[in-house]
Design a protein around this ligand. Sequence first.
Ligand code: BGC
Length: 835
Amino acid sequence: MAEALNPSLTRRDAARLLGAAAVAALPSGWTAQRADVDALLGKLTLKEKVSLLHGANDPASKGEAGYVPGVPRLGIPELRLADGPAGVRATADATALPAPVALASTFAADLARRFGAVIGREGRALGMDVLLSPMTNIVRVPQAGRNFETLGEDPLLAAALVVGEIRGIQGEGLIATVKHYAANNFENARQTVDVKVDERTLREIYLPPFEAAVKTGVGAVMAAYNHVNGVYAAENRHLLTEILRDDWRFGGWVMSDWYATHSGAPSLTAGMDMEMPFGVNYGGLAAAVTSGKLAESVVDTAVRRVLVQLDRFGLLGGGRPRPSPDPAGGARVAKEIALAGAVLLRNEGDLLPLGRADLADLAVIGPTAASPLVGGGGSARVIPAGAESPLTALRRQAAPGSRIRWATGVDLEGVPVPASALSLRRTQQGTQQGAQQGGAPQAAAQVDHTGAGALPAGSSWTWTGTLTAPATGDYDLRIQGAGGVPSFNGSISLTLDGVKIGSVGALLGGNSSLIATSGGLTNAGRTVRLEAGVAKPVTVAATGIAGTPLQVRLAWVTPQRRQEALREAAALAKGARAALVFAFNEGTEGADRAALALPKDQDPVVAAVAAANARTTVVLNTGDPVLMPWLRNVRSILQMWYPGQEGADATATLLLGGANPGGKLPVTFPARAEDAPTAPAERYPGVGGVADYGEGVLVGYRFYDAKGVEPLFPFGHGLSYTRFQYGDLSVRAAGGGLTVSFTVANTGRRAGVEVPQVYLGSPAGPPVPMAPRALAGFARVRLSPGERRRVTVTVPRRALQYWSDGRWTLAGGRRTVHVGSSSRDLRLRQEVTIR
Ligand code: BGC
């Protein structure tokens, strides 16, 4: 609050607010040329100041999400703000890193720093100034759409990673934006939902990663869409001023999430400095000042926050030279993190890694084996220059003489709807500009203009007619295409019976799949019930972009084909020595998953393959937990998440034993949907527009431990191709926290990585309801076969505290320190007295 009311904040004050850690996060020399921000502010007109507080259209867009014009006469640069959490989202191809959930699985802050550095350099190279990442909302709801984009369910883990990542991003000179502040933990009704959450839960669970980001000097914070305790996050004084500025001394600026600003002066006064992506509300700030409704000093405070960061990052007065892109360096880090973040969930009888005999006759099943699922959907989607499929990588890496055959199992692609089911007329052909061409309508039997049969670039087409199914059943109707002009609602679309059921080319992905067709087309659509012999009106419309041939296909997967695909997969598996089933879900911004189960009838396929082959492994390309009704019937499960552009190479390397998985789950996998802490409707999605975070601090594993519920796989779980032994625990008090040391030995025959985890038990008779155990520290150690190492983990003082009456208080008394290989595989324990 103090800062908002104090327009005379000086440059020195600003530097003090940024703190030493902030400065340390920049390359040396970057703070040398500080401009006099106050003098600069004095030269700006009111109009110019306001123009720095909201987004605008970019006259020379590079495909970024947001743009703020500069004030060239004073050397204040225009700003380009790009997503996001898994790489730079721009028009140009960029390195598609593994999804942040995979990064979280590494439990490695140094890898987070390297992950951030790839994005930092590439962002700068591609003309960006601000990155809309990292995202560090705690995973609370197992089916939340954006779980893949964030850093897991534990605040201590997320804080450690977010700090590493910000150092990496900002160390390359790109301003990081930590998002979405705060309590934006699911997608359904995200723009309106009111999160009812108590202060202790906020401080202990949802805020620590943001606090850590601020303490490490993050340049910007993004205010979330939702309400928090009745007030929009983007005008929430408690969050934006009392906590962020007064408590944490944040010296950067706050921008709203896209269209998350709901007022002008009240939001600004509450501490929200910049409205994005346009000045719908903030465009009126100058008038509010002129009419006396808003003090200009409040505007100045916000502008100063922006300018201080631009100065700090060397962007004022001509800026800094931009680096060249380093795609090879990006690819190396992408692969390293895909390898390090892979989690071996199960490996009965050490089926993995696959041996020569398995490779001599291997059945590979699943669409994501042949078309890679690189990343999740929405604003975090990054388009890489290319991505190999796991099937290709396996064939490439397997020894000569291997036989690796593939069946889709689940057909996402289908075949062009045959002429026999369609009665079509091509009624219109035009140009992109909409001018109609051609005279009489031409008859068309099918809509299948792909490959050599593609339509001219920039043309636009509409086919109308009827579709008649030969038999009653559920049909997957698919619209597939490429070369459409990017548009908000999609430029290649399919409408059935007046209802749009799929579109390709939508800016935020529409309902198109993250998995392309085998020919590389974007694939969208949905399952509809069709009655035999009933003709349904159908329209396919396509508008192409200049310079790229327009490809359009209307396809379907018939009920019969669905059965066939399953039978083919089972038959292939039956005859093979071993089987690999690739299963997926498609996490995306904007929508939560409807259920925790695998989508698209994948469970029956996994079950059929497992029944047909006793040596079955499941490879998961999911962004978060899924249910596994077939678990006991498969021997091995490798969780690859959305592994980025190098994911296929990493997957094959791990399956074949060229690398040893060492990742650990950053989220609990529930055995049943009803076991999740957010199963009651009032908690998620909420009732009457209110989501009651009534589980309090019992989020993730804390809840399962407190309630004695057995998860499918616990937080921190992850196996290895080798074995680790723990011993010799010692705990001592140090620096207000604890120093915990122990030995870890690799007792197997392969080199491997172990992530020993330290959990702190609650005191007997806790002063407030506490989780039985909470993560208090961790390490990541690589050990050669037979190697034994002494590991020391520092438990910070904060891990011994709880939030009460407006401050952190020690939870003293007898407490148990546990050390283990997961939250449920605790190997060592020692009682300590905390005072
Ligand atoms: C998302 C943000 C993103 C922004 C810009 C919003 O819909 O919630 O995470 O940075 O769009 O693309």
